[in-house]
Design a protein around this ligand. Structure first.
Ligand code: HEC
Length: 165
């Protein structure tokens, strides 16, 4: 076991205990306030998230992005940013500290990915899919100070490496 694995395990256990302990029961009972947005069907789902948030995550992206042809210049900037800020935890093809990313667009919507990059804490606390990942990987992805532009570049990079592009 490497030092990094030990550290990240300790860190995740600490984070998990913060999330899980107060979350026991309390969350379900507490009436959801303003973020209990009505869904498109007009019926509130049990997660307290809107249908949009369930599919696309919680964060700065609140409507569908318009994505055209893959922009290779942006993708190459995104690759650089990925190598600087993400590769310490994510590889394209293998599980590492976090999940492999080549096929991330097969699992998640583009909007979800940008929201996850820009708002990982809230995602880990409130989004059912991110919570599942957190439980599986035992590490909370940190906020990496990524701008919207940079997040979109990284998204472009993910699009360019996706097997189903
Ligand atoms: C310290 C390690 C770490 C760093 C740095 C990190 N991540 Fe993560 N990331 C994780 C872990 C662990 C998860 C899964 C658990 C969670 O949701 O927190 C994750 C989850 C994700 C997900 C969701 C994957 C899915 O299938 O739902 C995306 C997308 C993602 N990371 C992208 C990035 C990008 C892009 C960067 C760089 C800007 C980055 N991450 C930096 C650890 C990290």
């Amino acid at each position: 076991m490497s030092l990094r694995t030990i550290y990240s395990t300790i860190f995740s256990l600490a984070v998990l205990s913060l999330i899980v302990l107060p979350g026991c029961g309390g969350d379900a009972e507490a009436p959801k306030k303003s973020n209990a947005a009505a869904t498109s069907s007009g019926v509130e789902n049990t997660s307290g998230l809107s249908d949009f948030q369930l599919e696309n995550g919680i964060g700065p992206v609140t409507e569908k992005l318009t994505l055209g042809e893959i922009d290779l210049a942006k993708a190459s900037k995104g690759e650089k940013a990925f190598n600087e800020k993400c590769a310490s935890c994510h590889k394209l093809d293998e599980k590492y500290v976090g999940p492999a990313q080549r096929d991330v667009l097969t699992r998640r919507s583009p909007e979800y990915i940008v929201n996850m990059i820009m708002n990982p804490d809230e995602m880990g606390k409130k989004h059912p899919e991110a919570k599942k990942m957190l439980a599986e990987y035992m590490t909370q992805m940190p906020y990496q100070n990524v701008s919207m532009q940079e997040a979109l570049d990284i998204l472009e990079y993910f699009r360019s490496v996706n097997p189903k592009k």
